[in-house]
Design a protein around this ligand. Sequence first.
Ligand code: A3P
Ligand code: MG
Ligand code: MG
Length: 385
Amino acid sequence: RRGDTRQEEAVKRHHTASPPTTLHVQESLYDAAFPFYKQPLEVGRFSLDATRNFFNDSRQLRYYSPPPPGDSPQFDLRDGYRDRYVKRDDSIKERLDHLLQWIQQNQSVLRAGAASSETTTSSWLNKDFVTWRGHLTKVLTTPYEKQEGWLLAVTHFRGTYYISEVETEAARRQREERTAAQEELMYMGYKFEQYLCAATPGGIPDTGGVVNTNEAFCTVVQTKLNGHSLLFAGEVDCADPKYPSQKAPDCYVELKTSKEIHSANQQRSFNRYKLIKWWAQSFLPGVPRIVAGFRNEEGIVASLKTFETMKISHMIRGDWNSWKPAVCMNFCNAFLSFVKKVAIQDDPQLVYLFSWEPGSDVSYSVHKEPTLTFVPAWYVQLITQ
Ligand code: A3P
Ligand code: MG
Ligand code: MG
């Protein structure tokens, strides 16, 4: 209760009748009990192939296939960078298009869901928010983020708030000025996936094949954070066939790489800056396990470690200057409430651009430029009909 009151105060208003202007992000404002977060439910899946074509199925789902127990891995993450790498063009902004395509092809699933629960929005979609999991991950980690700001475009259309990230100037510069070493490091994260994933349950990884980062398997999840109903999609690295009876998302495994840890300082920094991102990314869709590969200076992974998502917060609890899952979730709840108070006008062409930089409050501006509008005309037709 005290937390609720303080979070109310986090919203600054000119006067009570007008929408708030900013949202504070200080950790202390959100240090309250963990909010209600409904168990995430997978409502669908989709795949993107080697040329980024959409398929309403699981064809790109891969299966976890670790080396036999006792065998220490020797994964060379640099192998194939020069000759067996097809990199996705990350200058192409896809916005919410694939998720909206999934909605288009799964109206019956959503209509059925809407009929069996109280309807809070004005359409059969019946969700307050539609977005990517990755955008929510950024919102969750905001109270602890010291380096990278964000821009989130919001369109209020037929009772639903669509959230789509806009690249910041700083992020664009970083992307365009990436060094060869940074490019190779990015590749290594995907190469790690290839060493641990097979195309079929019980199959063997094809480590001589091409790494193509256009390919993706995504889960579509529905859940609720306090009073906010959410529909989001997130990329999933693989499913563990060891648990054939476990239904999604219980069978999913997130794969990660990180530098080998050799000092207490490195351990602190890993716990403080990396684990929070790993936790937020997997907690949101209910992915229970994260398999990490620790690489040495030469890019070789010689050890794997499994983290249980739900135990990560216990592992870091004793740390000095630690982070708290409740702060992340309470801030996300406050941000979604802020969005609802600000984005009053229901108009598919109108964009409320929320922006945040470390050390500042969240603020926003309103736009109607076609360059920022992101809800496509075909989707407006679909929802309006
Ligand atoms: P790591 O996870 O080992 O860092 P994901 O972990 O989300 O499945 O992403 C797979 C890989 O994509 C990452 O491997 C990393 O190499 C690359 N990647 C993802 N997000 C990135 C980002 N924001 N910047 C650079 N590389 C990124
Ligand atoms: Mg992934
Ligand atoms: Mg991963």
